[in-house]
Design a protein around this ligand. Structure first.
Ligand code: ADP
Ligand code: F6P
Length: 320
């Protein structure tokens, strides 16, 4: 191993910069040089990269976003795009590539790995926390904390006005973020795409809470459940409660990473470079039962990470 490439791809996540920093510094400690490809897979297709040395990543551990920039790259979903990237990696004499991103980026990494001898290792970073093979992704903890801070503020106004709020959080088609946020703000209802919900049940819960003396309430809904604006209107029509919708939005993808996100980023990146130093590729690093470990890249791409549905039941008990 002489030259390691690093790329951030897909939706950005707080802690991506901490991961870049750790890739660069652990690689240099082993005597490797590092090339940072820009704007996700697009940077590999266009061969846009810059050399990263330990000084060039100074001060970025505390910043959100990614200094390498990121993108969604439709061309990489074509064999032609993947082959262009493989040819550029060969021309640049890259021996190993660290891909910092989510499950989509890892499907790209798998496609690339099939067209190149370059060793490819994934470092999971997405606020959605939906990567199979790791209990937690870089950025998830930061996004949860951002949403919790937001909902705590919403709760103040909900209590003052005796209103029910539907708060929509991100997560694409998955409910990891909504579940963690819902549990930790003490939401009355949590709606996730993994569980089909009955609107009447939501209406009944809101009415029962009002009857118990709970005049305000928080319903945390994952964006993947569908039209939250319509849901908020229907709750108002069917319960007599005054209902508002609040969409947390892109703020939950930015901001300074929490200590937890920085730590995971540093440990994951270190593990990725260790694997490459041992000439091991086709892996996704992760956290399992408190240990830093890795699983096969193809297994990570082909399996769906389960959501712990027991926590939804716990949330119901805690909200009584
Ligand atoms: P994330 O990595 O955050 O899940 P995306 O799902 O948008 O984000 O994936 C990031 C990029 O990975 C896509 O824009 C595309 O370039 C690439 N990608 C996703 N799926 C595939 C695939 N099946 N084959 C090749 N590349 C893919
Ligand atoms: O994957 C991260 C994420 O923030 C999802 O939660 C969300 O659905 C999506 O990205 C939004 O994507 P875009 O930045 O392309 O609008």
């Amino acid at each position: 191993m002489k030259t390691i490439g690093v790329v951030t791809s897909g939706g950005d996540a707080p802690g991506m910069n901490a991961a870049i920093r750790a890739v660069v510094r652990t690689a240099y400690a082993k005597g490797f040089q590092v090339l940072g490809f820009e704007r996700g897979w697009e940077g590999l297709i266009k061969n846009n990269f810059r050399r990263l040395d330990p000084r060039s990543v100074g001060g970025i551990i505390r910043s959100g976003g990614t200094i390498l920039l990121t993108s969604r790259c439709p061309e990489f979903k074509t064999l032609d795009g993947v082959r262009k990237a493989a040819a550029n990696l060969a021309a640049d004499k890259v021996d190993g590539l660290v891909v910092i991103g989510g499950d989509g980026s890892f499907r790209g990494a798998l496609a690339l790995s099939r067209e190149t001898d370059v060793l490819v290792v994934g470092v999971p970073a997405t606020i959605d926390n939906d990567v199979y093979g790791t209990e937690e992704t870089i950025g998830f903890d930061t996004a949860v904390n951002t949403c919790v801070a937001e909902v705590d503020k919403i709760k103040d106004t909900a209590i003052s006005h005796e209103r029910v709020f539907v708060v929509e959080v991100m997560g694409r088609k998955r409910g990891f973020l909504a579940l963690a946020v819902g549990l930790t703000v003490g939401a009355e209802v949590i709606l996730v795409p993994e569980v089909a919900y009955d609107k009447n049940e939501v209406f009944e819960t809101v009415k029962a809470n009002a009857a118990k003396g709970k005049k305000s309430g928080i319903i945390v809904a994952a964006e993947g459940i569908g039209d939250t604006r319509k849901l908020a209107e229907e709750i108002e029509e069917n319960t007599g409660a005054e209902v508002r919708l609040s969409i947390v939005g892109y703020a939950q993808r930015g901001g300074s990473p929490t200590a937890r996100s920085r730590l995971l980023a540093s440990l994951f990146a270190n593990e990725a470079v260790n694997l490459l130093a041992q000439n091991i590729g086709d892996r996704v690093v992760g956290l399992q039962k408190g240990e830093i470990t890795s699983i096969d890249l193809e297994d990570s791409c082909k399996n769906e990470k389960p959501l712990n549905l027991e926590l939804l039941n716990l949330a119901k008990v805690l909200a009584t």
